[in-house]
Ligand binder design. Structure first.
Ligand code: PGA
Ligand code: ZN
Length: 426
């Protein structure tokens, strides 16, 4: 049973305050986490609680910290930590709002995750086992690795937010990561050879060059793949996170670097053109978060690729279900902090899997040194994971956990590989 919940103000990888939390159980088991935070957040995400005022430019989380040690502790005190859904339900009811904005989704997720870790500790299980269905084989995910960054994570040097490497030809997780590391290094070399400094990195550790067009970034990534002596398409596919909500002006999509304003239809044409020239296997947030009509169009016209909803679905079961019923997108990005509890995130993964939507578990641009996201991917069998670049410790914390699990589990785990994309490519 939960006997103590403590919290403190910590920092995320952008140096912005976030909530740290420890849950203790009777008997001595414990769990501790520091939760992540996004920058290109969707309008429909669960709400973080921020203090306002002058400390940390208004971004302090002392209020959320008090909510954890006060009201939220009160709500879960004495509950069985291994009953995650009851704990999460108690947290949600204590808040009482749908967006969790009263006590803060950052406060609630901290307790939810620390509880899961404490429960695993009490059972003497690694987290990936504790969160898995009884008979489920652990599944190492296909990684999606950020190589070039734009959008809100790189001072909007390019409109599209992420250009990622997807090592579709690799036969193991370790090989997949080695290929991505090579692509990253080779892409930096291409920049140097062209006389551009690759020194500037973005929020998720991706290269942040200033380029004239989005196509120039696709060219650069393709050149990087080739320079790494890998085959574009066969070895490494390309994924993009358009993060279109960020440059939707209300009726047009504004590509600032190219000084073009596009309708949804024209943006889809543009994306289709990129797909003809580059080995694009996955497109995230092709349209804005509430452009359901544009999204439905994109789902038809860009079929054969993974069409991934992030700001569109915001890890929300009702929004995902609307997508499933309306044949909008074919994949969902799952960020636990968009929805506030592990139970809610788990339900989204299940609903997607039950309906043939592929799932990509995702970190945030503001991350922490925690590695539980890796365990969730393996235990929940999400098939894919996206945690930013291959550099910076808040990113490698997750990659390193997966590398260790693959070595440790050997034959007892499966590696998803490119099959993780297949359901959405039908
Ligand atoms: P965010 O970015 O964490 O800043 O929202 C990640 C993403 O858009 O996938
Ligand atoms: Zn995104």
């Amino acid at each position: 049973a939960i006997s103590a919940v403590r919290a403190w103000e910590a920092l995320d990888s952008r140096g912005k305050p976030t909530v740290g939390c420890e849950v203790r159980l009777e008997g001595g088991a414990r769990g501790e986490t520091t939760v992540p935070s996004g920058a290109s957040t969707g309008r429909h995400e669960a709400r973080e609680l921020r203090d306002g005022g002058i400390r940390y430019g208004g971004q302090g989380v002392r209020g959320a910290v008090s909510a954890v040690s006060g009201e939220l502790f009160g709500a879960v005190r004495g509950l069985d930590a291994t009953a995650q859904s009851s704990v999460d339900q108690a947290l949600r009811s204590a808040d009482g709002t749908t967006d969790l904005g009263r006590l803060g989704a950052n406060a609630i997720l901290a307790v939810s995750v620390a509880t899961a870790l404490a429960a695993a500790d009490a059972r003497g299980l690694p987290l990936y086992r504790a969160v898995a269905d009884d008979d489920a084989t652990p599944l190492l995910p296909l990684p999606m690795v950020n190589i070039i960054s734009g959008g809100a994570h790189a001072g909007r040097a390019i409109d599209v937010q992420d250009f990622l490497a997807v090592p579709v030809g690799a036969r193991s997780f370790a090989e997949a990561l080695e290929w991505c590391s090579r692509v990253r290094a080779a892409t930096a070399d291409v920049l140097t050879a062209r006389g551009t400094s690759p020194a500037l990195v973005a929020d998720e550790g991706g290269l942040g060059p200033v380029l004239p067009t989005n196509r120039a970034a696709l060219d650069l990534l393709t050149a990087g793949i080739e320079r790494a002596r890998l085959r574009p398409g066969d070895d490494i596919g390309i994924a993009i996170d358009v993060a279109a909500t960020q440059f939707f002006t209300g009726d047009r999509y504004r590509l600032a670097a190219e000084d073009r304003d596009l309708t949804a239809h024209e943006l889809i044409d543009e994306l289709a053109g990129w797909c003809d020239h580059y080995p694009i296997v996955s497109i995230e947030d092709a349209l804005a978060e509430d452009d359901w009509t544009g999204w439905r169009d994109a789902t038809q016209r860009l079929a054969g690729r993974q069409l991934l909803g992030d700001d569109l679905f915001v890890t929300d079961l009702a929004r995902l279900d609307r997508g499933v019923r309306g044949q909008v997108a074919n994949a969902v990005l799952v960020k636990p902090n968009q929805t506030g509890t592990l139970t809610a995130a788990r339900a989204v993964v299940r609903h997607a899997q039950d309906n043939g939507y592929t799932t990509v578990l995702s970190a945030r641009s503001g991350e922490t040194e925690d590695n539980w996201l890796a365990d969730l991917a393996v235990g929940w069998r999400t098939g894919q994971i996206k945690v930013g670049s291959i550099t910076r410790s808040e990113r490698t914390a997750k990659w390193n956990r997966l590398l260790r699990l693959e070595t440790e589990l050997g034959e007892d785990a499966d590696y998803a590989g490119a099959t993780a994309l297949r359901a959405s490519a039908r």
